[in-house]
Design a protein around this ligand. Structure first.
Ligand code: PAF
Length: 281
């Protein structure tokens, strides 16, 4: 597995050595877990050459402490990537990757103000800036994103549709711990007790999926879901939303043959967790 750190080196390598190959790309912020590896393995299966980037992007952290405390486990990450048959790891530094790059501006069609955007101002502009820059450098044919970050995935798709980029964005199902908790690098920062209690989030989402009916009121269900999650003394919901899976617009009633995404953000102690599931009517 090759490791490249300099932007100019990867541009040269991509141009000279990878010209006729199909390139799969998985952008990450490191602290890799089985969820990331499932994206890498899918890319390895579907492309001739797989590139993974590891870069903790300061621009997307609206909370300075979250950035400072973001786990960095580079040795372990490289071991996992080697095993997953990744071909190249790109590990840029902030100065180099943002050198002469001011970011990618676009109209978010309001997507950056809802849900995560409401509670994390500037977050999605930061994500778009780095992902656009990485796409420009890596020039992948296919790029893989987890559905756990459902709003991020929708925004990246929107960005591609509004830019001159021609790659495919491939959504990948959320990978869960045995308890049902969605895998996340932030889970590492939960205490053992918090981690156990955090599994209540998926338990509640799943029980709603199994018990809800088409004529239920989304508004009432939102209150019920919040109440049930907040019954657990470790958990506090920030938002609960039913939304259209493409436009992410809130859904005010359910209809036959429709698909709706149920999304939540929940604080578990000092750690903010997100999760979502698909509901089909
Ligand atoms: O999902 C992430 O880990 C990050 O938001 C991403 C896409 C790597 C951009 O920094």
């Amino acid at each position: 597995m090759k490791i490249i750190r300099k932007v100019s080196d990867i541009i040269k390598f991509r141009e000279q050595e990878l010209k006729n190959l199909s390139i799969g790309f998985v952008p990450t912020m490191g602290a890799l877990h089985t969820g990331h590896i499932s994206l890498v393995e899918k890319s390895v299966r579907e492309n001739n050459y797989t590139i993974v980037s590891i870069f903790v992007n300061p621009k997307q952290f609206n909370d300075k402490n979250d950035f400072i405390n973001y786990p960095v486990t580079i040795e372990k990450d490289l071991e996992m990537l080697e095993k997953s048959k990744c071909n190249l790891v790109f590990i840029p530094d902030s100065e180099d990757i943002y050198n002469n790059y001011t970011g990618f501006r676009m109209d978010f069609d309001g997507l950056d103000k809802l849900y995560e955007g409401e509670f994390r101002p500037g977050h999605f502009q930061g994500v778009v800036d780095i992902v656009y820059r990485l796409f420009e450098i890596v020039k992948p044919h296919n790029s893989y994103f987890g559905e756990k970050d459902f709003q991020q995935l929708a925004i990246i798709k929107l960005m591609v549709s509004k830019s001159n980029l021609t790659l495919n964005i491939i959504p990948c199902a959320t990978v869960r711990e045995e308890s049902g908790l969605a895998m996340s690098s932030r889970n590492e920062r939960l205490s053992a007790e918090e981690r156990k209690n955090a599994s209540k989030i998926f338990e509640v989402l799943n029980s709603v999926k199994n018990s809800m009916k088409i004529d239920d009121s989304p508004e009432k269900l939102i209150n019920k879901i919040s109440e049930e999650i907040n019954l657990n003394p470790f958990l506090k919901t920030e938002y609960v939303a039913f939304c259209d899976p493409t436009t992410l617009k809130p859904v005010f009633s359910f209809s036959q043959n429709s698909v709706v995404r149920l999304c939540v953000a929940v604080w578990c102690g000092k750690i903010r967790l997100i999760d979502n599931i698909s509901l089909e009517f």
